[in-house]
Each structure stands twice: as structure tokens, then as C-alpha cells.
Design a protein around this ligand. Structure first.
Ligand code: SAH
Length: 214
């Protein structure tokens, strides 16, 4: 599959839709305008790639709605050069958006099938995270910590303390917290032991699960 004029035109329409839905961060909108989302999905779904819909990828997982990707990316307040940890690589689309925003991206996926899938796409589109690995995101990446930003793209029933510890002071983590439905939540680390929590409404993600799976 290629990235042609038709796809670029559809991306521009998607960006306009996201603006209409309240996304204002130009760094985010520009990245969504650049990253060919259709290449992260099965070619059978190509015509849906630029609609604001979530879609099945492999292993029973989903590529998030473009609005969700835009919202989570905006809440991160990424600055160029920020070191960002993503938990839940999935298709790799969110990671690619962060790379396009100028972040240095470290990403973890617990499903081998999806990890392999995302590696193939990163190679193909030449938008690559700095580091991509197969493992349990609950553990974070202590050897690369601390991070300016952490984004969790699966719903966690608890607040993962291990991840909070890997945040720089002044850093932000965005994570959906809850079981079937989650609350989009951010934590800003304001001191060694102090975090400021904010909530941004209901959302629905696949669950964050412990341990990696073959
Ligand atoms: N960011 C992805 C969305 C993927 S859905 C995208 O842009 O396509 C959430 C992903 O989180 C799934 O692929 C799931 O396997 C993964 N996941 C769930 N729990 C995890 C964990 N503990 N560590 C790493 N990945 C996890």
C-alpha cells in the first residue's frame, strides 16, 4: 500500500474534524496530518482509516480512535526533544504520532504478534521510535528512566506506582484509570513524592494486563 493524494486529502479532512471536536494543539494536528494511519491497519479496512473510529488490529486489540490519540497526545503537552515512554505500542500509530511531534519515543508492547507487526510498519514508513520492546509495561523501562512524559494506551484498574516513579519532576503521565470504562487521568510530578492529579472524562480502552504474552 502506498500513501497517495487520496490519503493525504482524507487526512486533511480528519484534521479538520479533530479541530471541530476541540483539539487545538498544532503539534498534534500536524503530526496526524503527516502519519499515514491507513498503513497501520489491515488493507481491508483502508477506507475507514481516516474516519474517527477505533479498529481491530491483531490479537484482539484495537488501534485507538484518532480523537483519542489526539486527546491523549494533547494532554501530554509534548515539547520537541521530550523523552516519552508509551505503554501499549499496539499498531504503532500513537508512537508514530509522538515521533512526528518531535519526541524521543520508547515504547513497550506485551503481545509478541503486535510487537512484530509494529516493527514491520516502523521500518516501512521510516518513522521510528528511539527504542521499541516486547515486555510488560507495568514495569516501565527503568534502565531508560526518568521520562519527561509517559502515555499509557490501555486501561489500568490501578495507578501504576512503578511508572509514576519513572517520571521526571515536572513530568506528566496520561493514563486511562478504571475497569470497563475508564477516566482519562493525568499525573504531574511536582516533587519527589508529590503528584497533581487531574481528570478529563470517560473513555474506553482495552485493558492493561500484567506480564507479556507469547
Ligand atoms: N497505542 C496503540 C493502541 C493499542 S491498544 C495504537 O496506537 O495502536 C492497547 C495496547 O496495549 C494493546 O496492544 C495491548 O496488548 C497493550 N498492553 C496491554 N497491557 C500492556 C502491558 N502491561 N504492557 C505493554 N502493553 C500492554
Amino acid at each position: 500500500m502506498i500513501d497517495g493524494f487520496k490519503h493525504k486529502g482524507k487526512r486533511e479532512q480528519l484534521v479538520q474534524l479533530l479541530r471541530d471536536k476541540g483539539i487545538e494543539d498544532e503539534l498534534v494536528l500536524n503530526a496526524i496530518n503527516q502519519v499515514p494511519r491507513h498503513l497501520f491497519m489491515d488493507s481491508a479496512f483502508e477506507e475507514f482509516a481516516y474516519k474517527d473510529q477505533a479498529f481491530p488490529i491483531a490479537a484482539g486489540q484495537t488501534i485507538s480512535h484518532p480523537f483519542t490519540v489526539a486527546k491523549q497526545s494533547s494532554l501530554l503537552h509534548v515539547m520537541k526533544g521530550d523523552k516519552v515512554l508509551e505503554v501499549g505500542t499496539g499498531s504503532g500509530y500513537q508512537a508514530a504520532v509522538l515521533v512526528e511531534m518531535g519526541a524521543e519515543v520508547y515504547t513497550i508492547e506485551r503481545q509478541k504478534e503486535l510487537f512484530d507487526f509494529s516493527q514491520r510498519i516502523f521500518k516501512k514508513i521510516k518513522i521510528r521510535p528511539k527504542y521499541s520492546t516486547y515486555g510488560d509495561g507495568y514495569k516501565g523501562l527503568p534502565s531508560f528512566a526518568p521520562f519527561d512524559r509517559i502515555i499509557v494506551t490501555a486501561g489500568s484498574s490501578t495507578i501504576p506506582k512503578t511508572l509514576l516513579k519513572q517520571l521526571k519532576i515536572g513530568g506528566i503521565m496520561v493514563i486511562p484509570i478504571g475497569n470497563e470504562n475508564q477516566m482519562m487521568t493525568t499525573f504531574m510530578r511536582i516533587g519527589e513524592r508529590d503528584f497533581e492529579k487531574m481528570e478529563f472524562g470517560d473513555c474506553q480502552f482495552v485493558p492493561m494486563l500484567e506480564r507479556r504474552e507469547k
